[in-house]
Design a protein around this ligand. Structure first.
Ligand code: AMP
Length: 426
């Protein structure tokens, strides 16, 4: 096959080579640690779902449903969709497995790949990863505050610093419809100044105009009535309580009157976390309350709140920061080098034995000279090297070199692994 005809990864997707994959795995492990401290447990749902799951929850007029889903028919004629987000699948699983009858709030987290047919650019891909939590069962503002604090604590734990937290409210079934009508009327009076997309949004779902990226629309919308000024008393109080609790735990935030997120299912609290280091795609993630979604899917009415963070955006933000903790974990304890080929079998056996008791060990499989083996040990970040040479092997001994200090010792082959463990390897 010629070079031009080689098959490449599809547009908007990437191979995450080991170094990047290690970083992603580290973010995953940190999520387990931090979220675990708040009693969130992991959930894994299928990569694809019935298409209706998303069209119903996210909303037909949203960009995701109208333009971005990877939808296909399987061989049995069912319409399936690669998940574009995880809240709907988690809610489906919550209902399907009757998690509402367990301890409430049910606290779940996920770390999974998502699929959206978007225009690929820095920070925006067609397959990307999200981590997030969902807390199902409580209407209390305290759980909103917990979820938001958890997101911020996690970002701090993975060394992301320059972050900005914005909170807002989408109102509820009492105040939002009234506000939507007020907004629709106002937008109709300005429709000449809006882009075609916004004129369409105006009829389908006026709130969506706030998603518009067109700067001309942006300046028109600056003057639009704001949901925050049109909340009912209960929604206003809920937002105040969330803000109060965040303040009490020392989180800085601003209230953004235009914070309307791209899913239909949000009610009341919404929030977004931005990074100063990301340029145009500056949203690290966000979330909010979705009190009607469980009931919309036929479950018992269950208020809920959650967030999602974009893993690739976290990596972009961390690249500007200190990540010593991640890289240290890629080190290898031991390299076993041979001076003569007839020691290779011995090296092979010793390596397997040492790995079985928990050391990370590498040997040479490329028929390298001793010099090249030492270079390799250095390249892969080995802490120690065992050298099997003829003189020492004749006495059933090997040389053990500490690559950091350069110190060399002659040690007995019998009990070598115990000696290594005593020296703190593994
Ligand atoms: P959303 O589910 O749209 O609220 O997105 C939550 C977060 O996921 C965003 O703030 C981004 O960090 C990330 N995200 C969303 N879409 C993409 C994408 N196409 N590529 C990379 N990250 C994304």
């Amino acid at each position: 096959m010629s070079k031009e005809n080689r098959i490449k990864a599809p547009r908007g997707t990437s191979d995450y080579l080991p170094e990047r994959a290690d970083r992603i795995h580290w973010l995953d492990r940190r999520a387990g640690e931090i979220f675990g401290g708040y009693r969130y447990r992991r959930i894994i749902t299928p990569t694809f779902e019935d298409t209706a799951l998303f069209t119903r929850s996210i909303g037909e007029s949203s960009d995701i449903v109208s333009k971005e889903m990877y939808t296909f028919e399987d061989r049995g004629g069912r319409s399936l969709t690669l998940r574009p987000e995880a809240t709907a699948p988690v809610v489906r699983a919550f209902i399907e497995h009757n998690l509402g009858s367990g301890v409430l709030p049910a606290k779940l987290y996920y770390f999974a790949n998502m699929f959206r047919y978007e225009r690929p650019q820095a920070g925006r891909y067609r397959e990307f990863w999200q981590l997030g939590v969902e807390a199902l069962g409580s209407p209390e503002p305290a759980i909103d505050a917990e979820v938001i604090t958890l997101a911020i604590d996690y970002l701090r734990a993975v060394n992301i610093k320059d972050i900005e937290l914005k909170i807002g409210s989408m109102g509820d079934e009492y105040c939002r419809p009234k506000y939507t009508e007020t907004l629709r009327k106002w937008l109709e009076s300005k429709s000449d100044a809006l882009c075609d997309d916004c004129r369409q949004r105006l009829t389908l779902n006026p709130l969506r105009v706030f998603d518009c990226k067109n700067p001309d629309c942006g300046s028109v919308l600056d003057g639009a009535p704001k949901i925050i000024d049109n909340l009912c008393a209960d929604c206003g109080e809920h937002l105040n309580s969330v803000g109060h609790l965040l303040h009490e735990v020392g989180l800085d935030f601003s209230v953004d009157p235009k914070l309307v997120r791209g899913f239909d299912y949000y009610t009341r609290t919404t929030f977004e976390i931005q990074s100063a280091n990301l340029g145009a795609q500056n949203a690290l993630g966000g979330g909010g309350r979705y009190d009607k979604l469980v009931a919309d899917y036929g479950g018992k009415p269950t208020p809920a709140v959650g967030f999602a963070l974009g893993v690739e955006r976290l990596l972009l933000a961390i690249d500007h920061e200190d990540e010593a903790g991640v890289l240290a974990e890629t080190k290898i304890d031991l390299f076993i080098a041979v001076i003569q080929d007839d020691f290779r079998e011995e090296a092979f056996k010793l390596a397997i034995e040492a790995r079985r008791v928990g050391l990370s060990v590498e040997i040479d499989y490329m028929a390298r000279s001793l010099k090249s083996q030492m270079k390799m040990a250095d390249k892969i970040g080995a802490g120690h090297v065992v050298i099997m040479g003829p003189d020492e092997m004749a006495r059933a001994e090997v040389v053990l070199r500490d690559l950091e200090t350069g110190q060399e010792d002659t040690v007995k082959l019998i009990g070598l692994i115990e000696t290594l463990k005593r020296k703190g390897l593994g």
